[in-house]
Design a protein around this ligand. Structure first.
Ligand code: HEM
Length: 425
């Protein structure tokens, strides 16, 4: 199987280098669905690494694309000049439906809310969680069909990340797929097929309705937890936390969505991405089988190569210089992590998937600075255990057709991927 459609990729390369720079639109979801965005980013990195996309080309107005590793790092680590408010996606919040969440807040409020939930992923808590994560991964893998095609995304990636979230929230086990649904509904666009129509107004109305169901459900759990002494799950932490106990309903919902999406889509797509990357690079799969001690560096390489969140947005709080350009106060700045992770000036042979790189954790996928991913060690742990258990039981996992990608310039992932696990002999 080839890496996608070769003609499509050649055509994208020709287009990327022939169109005027101002016509390049990295937010075009078609580029992500077909994975043809790479040559556009390559050109931006080479010719205009801090590039202003003019307003008339984009329904969300003008925005800057920052595409090189060190420039992205400079933005991400300067939260005074580059604010996370009002939003970390290119869209501004809808006036009648704002969801405050700490990823889209600046200090001091961000810091105290983040501190409230961080203990869930402390090294000590991860040690406690490890046997449970391993047990659940073992059970899930042992239930997979052999010699029969199935969807890896649904049976493994979604199932395991949903189980993890249910554990972190101490959420009713039998209802755990509701978490998957809410996560998908919170981020999906009109073209996702998740809603009854692709009319944007209907989509927004349905999205709201489902998210209100989500907050109603979690409000019942909050009432339960607040009536009990503090425990180690996320709802109890939020309900008893000094910085979060007085949140209103929308802020509770916002932070829930943050934790659900943060822990769900990202790890899910790394799990699928690891199987896809190893299938695309059979020499690396052989290397991994021969050297299982490479699992941790393979995990980091997968997270770089996949870049499950393609970008984060900031908004300039004052006029600021970056890469020889003046970004004006109020301008939208998009840090394209996916592009920075392929920056040939920082990462050697960046388009290649190499599981034993010298510095495998050198990537932008978790961000940097005060918003650096809270769950990064948990995500790595889940993936490490998954691969230890895969190597212990399956000779290989064979991807049988090109995966279906998520049509999004934000969540870089897979909707489905059919695989077969052959029997051992
Ligand atoms: C923040 C990526 C897994 C919870 C972030 C950010 C990125 C990211 C890019 C923003 C960083 C920035 O703005 O500088 C990822 C990836 C993951 C992953 C690639 C998996 C491979 C998780 C997990 C959890 C989680 C498992 C929860 C259990 C969060 C939270 C934030 C965050 C709460 C907000 C942090 C803040 O604003 O201070 N993540 N994440 N993430 N992530 Fe993750």
């Amino acid at each position: 199987m080839s890496d996608g459609n070769i003609d499509l990729k050649a055509e994208a390369r020709a287009r990327a280098y022939s169109m005027p720079l101002d016509d390049i639109n990295p937010t075009d979801i078609e580029l992500w669905r077909t994975e043809t965005m790479w040559p556009y980013f390559e050109r931006l990195r080479k010719e205009d690494p801090v590039h202003l996309h003019p307003a008339e080309h984009h329904e969300d107005g003008a925005f800057w694309s920052v595409t090189k590793y060190n420039d992205i790092m400079a933005v991400d680590t300067n939260h005074e000049a580059f604010s996370s408010e009002p939003s970390i996606t290119i869209f501004d919040p809808k006036e009648d439906f704002t969801l405050p969440m700490f990823i889209a807040m600046d200090p001091p409020k961000h810091d105290v809310q983040r501190k409230t939930v961080s203990p869930i992923v402390s090294p000590h808590n991860l040690q406690i969680l490890e046997p449970l994560i391993r047990q659940r991964i073992q059970n899930t893998l042992d239930a997979l069909p052999i010699n029969e095609p199935f969807d890896w995304v649904d049976r493994v990636s979604i199932e395991l990340t949903t189980q993890m979230l249910a554990t972190l929230f101490d959420f009713p086990w039998e209802d755990r797929r509701k978490l998957t649904r809410w996560s998908d509904v919170a981020t999906a666009g009109p073209e996702s097929g998740l809603f009854s129509s692709d009319d944007p107004e209907i989509v927004e109305a349905e999205r709201k309705m489902e998210l209100f169901e989500c907050v109603d459900y979690f409000s019942r759990l909050w009432a339960e937890r607040i009536a009990q002494p503090p425990k180690g799950d996320l709802i109890s932490m939020l309900a008893h936390g000094e910085a979060t106990k007085d949140m209103d309903r929308m802020e509770y919902l916002g932070n829930l969505i943050l934790l659900i999406v943060g822990g769900n889509d990202t790890t899910r797509n790394s799990m699928t991405g690891s199987v896809w990357a190893l299938n695309q690079n059979p020499d690396q799969y052989d290397k991994l089988r021969a050297n299982p001690e490479l699992v941790p560096s393979m995990v980091s390489e997968t997270i770089r190569w996949q870049t499950p969140l393609a970008h984060m947005r900031r908004t300039a709080t004052r006029d600021v210089e970056l890469g020889g350009k003046t970004i004006k106060k109020g301008d939208k700045v998009i840090m394209w992590y996916a592009s920075g992770n392929r920056d040939e000036d920082v990462i050697e042979n960046p388009n290649a998937y190499i599981i034993d790189r010298e510095r495998p954790r050198q990537h932008l996928s978790f961000g940097f600075g005060i918003h650096r991913c809270v769950g990064n060690r948990l995500a790595e742990l889940q993936l490490k255990i998954l691969w230890e258990e895969i190597l212990a039981r399956f000779p290989t996992i064979k991807v049988v057709e090109e995966p279906k990608r998520v049509p999004s310039a934000f969540v870089k992932g897979y909707e489905s991927m059919t695989v077969i696990i052959p029997s051992k002999n």
